[in-house]
Every structure is written in C-alpha cells, then in structure tokens.
Design a protein around this ligand. Sequence first.
Ligand SMILES: Nc1ncnc2c1ncn2[C@@H]1O[C@H](COP(=O)(O)OP(=O)(O)OP(=O)(O)O)[C@@H](O)[C@H]1O
Ligand SMILES: [Mg+2]
Length: 435
Amino acid sequence: MKTDKELKKKVLSDPVTFAKVFLDWGAHPAQAQILRDRHQFITVVAGRRFGKTECMAVSAIYYALTNPGSIQFVIAPSYDQSNIMFGQIVQFLSKSILGCMIRRIYKTPFHHIIFKNDSVIHARSASKPEFLRGHKAHRIILDEAAFIPDDVISNIIEPMLADYNGSWIKIGTPFGKNHFYDTYLKGQSPDFPDYSSYRFPSTVNPHISHEFIEKKKREYGENSIIFRTEYLAEFVEDQNAVFRWADIQKNVDNSIELIDSAENVSKQYVIGCDLAKYQDYTVIVVLDVTEKPYKLVHFERFNRRPYAEVIMRLKELYRRFNYAKVLIDSTGVGDPVLEDLQDVGAEGYVFTPKSKVQLIQRLQAALENGEIRYPYIEELVKELQFFEYQLTRTGIKMEARQGFHDDYVIALALAVWAAEQHSGTGYISLGVARI
Ligand SMILES: Nc1ncnc2c1ncn2[C@@H]1O[C@H](COP(=O)(O)OP(=O)(O)OP(=O)(O)O)[C@@H](O)[C@H]1O
Ligand SMILES: [Mg+2]
C-alpha cells in the first residue's frame, strides 16, 4: 500500500498521471510522450487536430502548479489563437478541484492567470510582438509555432528566456521551412543535446474521426501538398510555389505601424484593390511609396458588401492617404466600379492570363529584391505561400492553391504595380495595362 504522501509524490512527478487525476484528461500516447519530455527546447510537429492545444494547456497547468512562482507565456500567432489556448486552460481548471488554486484571472489588458503559489500563465499573440518586449519567462509555449515569424522568435521571444535559462516548447503543423523546421532538425540531431523533436500525423489522435481524414486523403490525394502538410505533418518542399518562403519572410517587418490615414502631407501612397467576385473577399492594400522599400501601412478585407460601399471606401482612403493613386482589378465587375471611381483618377488593370503573369512576376521580383515591407499578417503570408504555378494544357497559370484565396496577393501586386507607375520607373503605363 502506498501512503498518501507517496501517492501525492507520484501524481505530482508525472504530468500524465497529474492530468488524469486532477483534470480527468487522459493523454493519448503521443501526447504522453510530449508531456514527459524534459528537454529545454522541444519541437512538436503534428498534423491538424492532433490535440496540440489541449496537450499544451495541460502542460502549462502542470508546470505552473509544480513550479511555484514560475512565469509562463503561451504565445500564438494571432489574438484569436492565443484566446483558444487561454480558454482551454481556464476550462480545464474550472472543471477541476485545481480551480481552488487560482488567485485571479485577468482578461484585460492581456489575458493571464495568477495562481495561489505565485505562478502565472500569460496568453499572448505574436502579432504585436512589441508588447512582449521587456518580459521575462521561465517557459514559453508557442502554439501554431510555424506561423510565428523567424525574427519574432529570435529578436523577441528567445531573449525573454535569458534571465532564467528558460525553456520553450514549439508545437504546430508545418508551414514552410522556417525556424520550426530548423529546430525540428536540431531535435533530431545528436549534436544538440538540449533539443528534442517529434513528428506525428493527425491520425495518432484516437479522439477524432479517422473516416474524415481518409476522405480528405481521397479528396486531395495522398501525395498532395495539403494532405502531406496538414494531416501527415510533413515539411514539404513546395515546387509549385510562385513566391519563395525565404522571400516572403525577408519582407516581413513587424515594426511597421498600421495607420488609418496619411502620416503627413509629404508622404506618397498607392492603393491596390482586388474586388470580391462570387465567394471571395475584397482586399484593399495601401503602400507608402515615399521611398523604397515600400511599406504596407493599411489593409482591409471584407466580403458581402455592395459595390457602392466599396467605392465609397476607396474614395475615402484616396482622400485620407494624400490623394493616393488607386489601381483596381477592373476585369468583369470591376469595370463599372472603375467608372464610378473616375473622379479620383483610379486606374484599372484587366486580367488576362498574360497580364496576370506580368503583374505577379513584378510582385515576385519585388519580394526577391526586398523592395516591400509588410507586418506579419497571417492571411497575407499564407496566401503568398500558397500561390502557385499550375500547368494547364495551354500553358502556365498562376493562382491560389485549391482551398486558398489570393485576394491579398492580387491587391498587393496591384499596389506594387501602381507604385512603379507612380515613381515613373514602371514598365508600361497604367493605360496600356488595360489591355
Ligand atoms: N487526450 C485527449 N482526450 C480527449 N480528447 C482529446 C484529447 N486530445 C485532443 N482531444 C480532442 O481532439 C480534438 C482536437 O484537439 P485540439 O484542438 O487540442 O487539437 P489541435 O491539434 O490543437 O487542432 P488544430 O490543428 O485545429 O489547432 C478536440 O476535439 C479535442 O477535444
Ligand atoms: Mg490548436
């Protein structure tokens, strides 16, 4: 017979037992392996619905309660995603006897929980990394880590651990070959004893529908990039990508302040707008083109709005941004819209297979040459990455991969195109672009 003390020691010394006893949550075998890993730097590459968020919520609670006075940060690429993790932590605690260990839960200005043992868990988004500066931590959990830009990791997140020689755990589904891929490789190499890493397909989670995943496999194809990335969690080298991952990353600049109107009268701006057709979105992008590199300083994305409203919005932005040059996709529905924008001197770009390739190639060159800077906007980065070449019977087409949008890409490409005309270094005039 074990004494109470021995039992308590056993429960507290093993996160898997702890979760079972206190949270009524049974880790599946892959989650158990992660929870028991004691390396300083852990990278978990896992398919969608593997159980990443739940596993990390449990891990954060276990660490907080077994390390009194500890400071943890749970960081996700967006505010919404960090909210999901925070909500999961609160939900686990509220249903458990451990709820009595909470001293206080704060929702503003930033989510955090303070425990009675003085531990704290903060939930933050990486989209405003400046708010992370100045903080220190014993441990950082990065959910959907592949979507957190490399420079945010190295310049902001890693230094937070310097005070305490802290640890991090990155978890996520692969997305390009960035820091997440690098540390995954380190974890596999005997040269980095502080690192460990894992890769698990979605199907190791017994609590999700395997029938659904089989369906997706048939739908996309076993060798499709989507299936291999999202469900098998493979780092796939994307041969069809129009924009190289390194180029997309190179132009990210999180120090850019998004603004709603011109910074001052001497600044010059251009506006690119991709109008919604059918199911997709209208995206408006404003670039500050006063000097190179151009800076994306404002963007809007919406759908299901009447064109009259879009027109009014464009006119408003035209005025707010020092009478910016406006270039819209004037194919089809865009033509009447363009007519209504004559008074602000807006120009149209008509898409033909050939003119689209020209437009995109200009954006491709701009990214390659580091001519643009944009803050980390998840949809933009994702769209750029999943914009690809497709071989058709009649030649090459460039478009978003099935299941993805390309409105940001087109709006940005239009803005860059307009910028070239604006600076007088363009290849052809906007008028000629209306072929
Ligand atoms: N150990 C577990 N016991 C019971 N259910 C689990 C367990 N782990 C995960 N689940 C369930 O599996 C589903 C996916 O979990 P979770 O949201 O944590 O996955 P995820 O990997 O973060 O997904 P996404 O890729 O969408 O972010 C949820 O319904 C969750 O309740
Ligand atoms: Mg998740």
